[in-house]
Design a protein around this ligand. Sequence first.
Ligand code: ZN
Length: 198
Amino acid sequence: MSKRKSFIFIGIFVLVSLLNQSQLNAKHSKFLETMVFPVKNIMSHFYDDWGEIRGNGERVHEGIDIRARKGSPIVAIADGRVNTVSFTQSSGYYIAIDHQNGWLSLYVHLNDDINENDNLGGRQTAFADGIYLGAEVIAGQTIGYVGDSGNAEGTVPHVHFEVRYMGKSYDIYDYIKVSWERFERFIKFPKKMGINLF
Ligand SMILES: [Zn+2]
């Protein structure tokens, strides 16, 4: 792709994203406002990398990467039903959960290692017990484990987290940030929470 073409491509993408975003906000969804933060033991603060241009300008990053220690539990952000438990070359091991009313969450690059970076793991290192196609899950339930499978091989272990509404991916950074703040206060530091509240 020429520079000029990529520039136009990025411009159109930004416009479409802005339109999408306002459509989503208009829904004023309780779903997004109540979601549980998807990862335990995060290593560094995540940022709004949704929409970053990657792969030499050839693809748009439609998700948020959350770095965490390898093997850290990944939890369902809301109640739902397992829609996909699979593996592809690029995504590695990944899970999708259908939350009904058009909402879907995705958790990508799950753990494929047993020791260090041996890639000898499989479904057992990637997915939690009881996670199979059609299984019902509840908000906060462990569904899988952080890793670097697929095209994340060689990167800092992270989960590529994505929320889709009616099949389209959206930048839900503002909501995930709030869910992290909730997690940090009420789950990670419960004692401190008590002091703060009472
Ligand atoms: Zn990603």
